[in-house]
Design a protein. Sequence first.
Lengths: 123, 226
Amino acid sequence: MGIANSVLDAVRTEMGCHPGTYPCKVGVRIGEMAAIDQDALRFCFEAMIQDTDLASLELAIEVCPLRYRCQVCAREFVVRDYDSHCPQCASLETTYISGDELEFAYLEVEEYGASTVGAKSSQ
Amino acid sequence: MERVPLEQKVLSENDRIAAELRARFTEHGILCLNLISSPGSGKTSLLERTLESLPRHDRVAVLTGDIQTENDANRLKRFHFPVKQITTGGTCHLDARMIERHLADWKLEDLDLLLIENVGNLVCPASYDLGEAAKVVVLSVTEGEDKPLKYPSIFFKSDLLVLSKIDLLPYVPFDIDVAAENARKVHPGMEIVKVSCLMGNGLHEWKMWLAERRRAHKSLVQQTAS
């Protein structure tokens, strides 16, 4: 619920920079290791926008895999089933690069009047 | 339709406060640890055993989080160190602002060690940085040994796994080696201590880990200052 609230706060803040438009879609990047349950986030997000000015806002989630880099051969790879061996040289001297994201990617905004979809409760 | 790139973290406000807290902890040479587990895994018992073993003049304080009641703070106050309860009133995790608010009337210059007991939950506390130097995850042997695989994030982000209640091992179908193996699958090289707060087994290893962390943190802070 806290995460969904933070997403909506950021959307509202960002909308201050785009007068004459309404938000259609917000994109977030969530890493496999971010401890965010997508379904729970979606559920909270939808519950929180219901009957508000953001009721038609769509949440797009991009899942980012866990990525490591090999210290021996410098290969970067996606970790599957927690197997952190380098797929190229089999070394276990590998370090974390990413997979913990909880970030905004983008916001899609539409000018009022450009489309009837989604504008209903914003006007 | 226009797409506006938004390059910021979802929890940027929490992260900002956490970064401020971390800077204050560093400035005052405080090692801050964030203890996380499911409800009932033994975080408070581990803190009780820890506090009772520390000298009375030690510069230690505890913040303990729960959704309701002051029970944990009352358990921990008898050791005469500063203890404050954070009741979240429904929120399933602590956030950096709660820590900031509850530290407001403590003199940080009087502290070397701040132990934060998070709300019992293996999921959300993993997302909220509290400005700690390290997270410590506690897993009791009455839970499943596959918990590190089911809730990988917190095991991935914690420096130490405390396997607790090991006195119950003869009575429960819990394979402690498999649990350790699962934790190290998610977090290669993860440090692990096995303790029984009731019988005292393994507490020495935990205290050694804590003492070593305090020593390392102190020398790091001194290096940064000089």
